[in-house]
Design a protein around this ligand. Structure first.
Ligand SMILES: NC(=O)c1ccc[n+]([C@@H]2O[C@H](COP(=O)([O-])OP(=O)(O)OC[C@H]3O[C@@H](n4cnc5c(N)ncnc54)[C@H](O)[C@@H]3O)[C@@H](O)[C@H]2O)c1
Ligand SMILES: [Zn+2]
Length: 651
């Protein structure tokens, strides 16, 4: 059973044990294997509750179990679920909710050298796109602090919140928390951490774990006396990432001595560390690479591989995806790895199957990674490769597309058709009931397109063998999916155009209205940040292909919420300028003025650097700060001047 404090956290997070009783929650904690048989609602409730407890400083399951068993199960069932696609929300600690000065995201994770190579490959490609020399690019490696993420703008300290809005927890500095290494305020993102050795010696008797302690430092309630002492002893600090010990150097140097560098950085600090962070140092390239709603593409968390095992392959099953790609899935002699029973693993593609001899009798090395279905790391004993001679779904002869095997029968292949229909409802997210079983049944009765589903009547559903109650529910859900508001970019993503996932759709529709996308030229697409030249042609082609379905669905009247259009960047009054605010401001809070600056096209920095264009100085700004800014050739303007600039009048 949960403690009173834990129950409190659950109710504070506006969660309740509805679909999941407290008893069942505890049972699922203790027996991770049971999660595979839990219902979808149970699973999602379980994750929300585990997450709220973890973020509130009361984790009830290990991170490994959370990632590799519970979250992995969700990934298997609903890969588009927000818990996987966005930053996991934090519970609201008491305090004002404020916009974060910069977006704070989670990190993309790598568990093998292969993953790291793939990430570097994407960076190399981005270098090519910008005509930069990849060999000269500088990489940075820092320890990944396992504390409590926060952002210090020099004035306030904010929690990461949902990545865009956080809570003002400046109180922790008022309580005497120091910046690590006698550092200054205003160094941006970092983590509240506690010295591992200090924790073990002085705090372990009073707090269950370090996370529990960190949360107690942030909470509004009176500090516990041991926590107070830890802060005084500077064992608990705010550690800005900018001050972390780091390794820097080019890719070649990093990869040729990878293990050694990682190990060294991993153990450099006396704080809990759960990996290392790899990133690049090049603002232009970082900007070009951008971010998903979950992580920055220029950053990667490398974590140690979990347990590995050697297992025998029983057979290789082909699976055709929505896009026609045929994926090899190896059926394995069941094996237990990091607490879960595994019986399947994917190979990257059929070229790998062919080259490495993956087939019945092969012995492979399996490592459990963040994926639900683990990947084959290495083939130890090769066998006769098992490669299909036809698409498992439509029996059409497959074709090779580089390393991949493709079913080219896009318009008739049942797997592609059913997965596309499922994809539509899953991405739309404002409905239930159209999972794979329902869609399969609809397919059997001749349904091939989503608009045909919308045209079905109660009688038709029933004639297909759905019960009266289910038929009614499906109709209700169809209605709901049209009536409930849905962002236009999400609606577009539901069509599953190649390269048009949620992130790209959101980006595109920030610049163009939904109805205009079919008239966009490749040049129009490329001119938007984040779209590469090579993908533009495929995107345009994809749009042409969905146009008939798009028109049919639009005619049904979905409740679409149009994206806010950023006005033409160049026309904005502060386009491309980097602005920093300092001192006491009068026409609004720093936050509000920052927002106005951003709306006018500016970027808002937290500290003056050589790249800063304007330092907006309010009242009571120290002379040193102004001198430092002048030395960096930064234009210092008053708040009044800033307001004029906003309006487009020169200051
Ligand atoms: N045990 C549980 O019940 C439970 C529940 C939910 C989540 N979790 C754990 O939380 C993790 C996911 O949390 P997350 O979204 O914070 O992602 P994450 O663990 O990948 O961490 C991302 C964060 O790393 C931080 N970071 C630390 N050192 C850094 C450095 N040197 N440079 C840059 N950033 C650095 C940043 O603050 C960033 O926000 C999972 O690994 C999961 O195991 C556990
Ligand atoms: Zn097929």
């Amino acid at each position: 059973m949960l403690t009173a404090n834990q129950k409190n956290l659950v109710s504070q997070a506006n969660l309740s044990f509805l679909d999941l009783s407290e008893q069942r929650f505890c049972q699922l904690c203790q027996q991770p294997d049971l999660i595979a048989s839990a219902g979808d609602n149970e699973l999602i409730d379980f994750l929300h509750i585990a997450n709220a407890l973890y973020r509130g400083g009361e984790p009830v399951i290990s991170d490994t179990d959370y990632d590799f068993t519970y979250l992995a199960e969700l990934n298997k069932r609903q890969p588009q679920h927000p818990l996987l696609q966005t930053v996991e929300p934090e519970p609201a600690f008491a305090g004002k909710t404020v916009d974060l000065p910069v977006i704070m995201l989670s990190t993309d994770k790598a568990y093998s050298l292969d993953d790291v190579h793939r990430w570097a490959g994407r960076i190399e490609k981005a270098c090519e796109e910008l005509d930069k020399n990849f060999a000269k690019l500088i990489f940075k490696v820092t320890p990944k602090l396992d504390g409590y993420a926060a952002f210090d703008d020099g004035n306030m300290l904010y929690t990461r919140g949902d990545g865009r809005k956080g809570t003002d927890i400046s109180r922790v500095f008022e309580r005497g928390l120091q910046v690590a290494n006698q550092g200054q305020r205003g160094l941006g993102p970092g983590e509240i951490v506690v010295s591992r050795s200090y924790f073990d010696e002085n705090l372990a008797d009073f707090f269950d774990n370090a996370r529990n302690f960190q949360a107690s430092v942030i909470k509004e309630k009176q500090l516990e006396e041991h926590a107070e002492l830890a802060i005084k002893d500077q064992a608990a600090v705010f550690y800005p990432f900018a001050l972390l010990p780091c390794w820097t150097g080019p890719w070649q140097a990093l990869i040729s001595d990878f293990e050694h560098i990682i190990k060294d950085i991993w153990h450099k600090v006396d704080y809990d560390v759960d990996g290392v962070i790899l990133e690049i140092i090049d603002d232009e390239l970082k900007q070009h690479l951008g971010a998903t709603r979950h992580h920055h593409r220029w950053q990667l968390a490398y974590k140690e591989n979990q347990q590995t095992a050697e297992v025998e392959v029983l057979s290789v099953t082909p699976q055709t995806s929505r896009s026609g790609r045929i994926t090899p899935v190896a059926e394995l002699e069941p094996v237990r790895l990091s607490g879960a029973l595994l019986s399947r693993a994917t190979a990257h593609h059929y070229k790998m199957v062919l080259d490495n001899g993956i087939g019945p009798g092969a012995i492979i090395q399996l490592a459990r990674s963040g994926e639900v279905i683990p990947k084959i790391e290495r083939v130890i004993i090769a066998a006769q490769p098992q490669v299909p001679s036809h698409c498992p779904s439509c029996h059409h002869e497959p074709i090779w597309d580089n390393d991949f095997l493709l079913c080219p029968n896009n318009f008739e292949c049942p797997a592609q058709i059913t997965h596309s229909m499922e994809h539509f409802f899953r991405v739309l997210k404002n409905n239930d009931g159209f999972g794979s079983a329902t869609i399969k049944k609809l397919y059997e009765f001749g349904i091939r397109r989503v608009d045909e589903i919308y045209a079905l009547t109660n009688e038709q559903f029933e004639s297909m063998g759905f019960g009266p109650k289910q038929s009614e529910n499906l109709l209700t859900q169809l209605l709901r999916s049209r009536n409930e508001a849905v962002e236009d970019w999400r609606f577009l993503a539901a069509f599953g155009v190649f390269r048009m996932g949620l992130g790209n759709c959101e980006r595109l529709l920030a610049h163009h209205a939904l109805v205009d996308i079919f008239n966009l030229s490749e040049v129009d697409i490329i001119s938007i940040e984040g779209f590469a030249e090579k993908t533009a042609a495929a995107i345009k082609e994809g749009f042409i292909a969905i146009k008939p379905l798009f028109d049919r669905l639009m005619a049904l009247g979905f409740n679409l919420q149009a994206s806010q259009h950023s006005q033409d960047q160049a026309a904005k009054t502060l386009a491309g300028k980097l602005v920093v605010f300092t001192g006491t401001l009068h026409s609004g809070t720093r936050d509000e003025l920052g927002k106005q600056a951003k709306a006018a096209g500016a970027k808002v920095g937290s500290a003056v650097s050589a790249k800063t264009d304007y330092l907006v100085a309010g009242d009571n700004v120290g002379a040193n700060k102004l001198t430092a800014a002048r030395e960096k050739d930064v234009t210092i303007i008053s708040e009044q001047d800033f307001l004029l600039l906003l309006k487009g009048e020169s200051a």
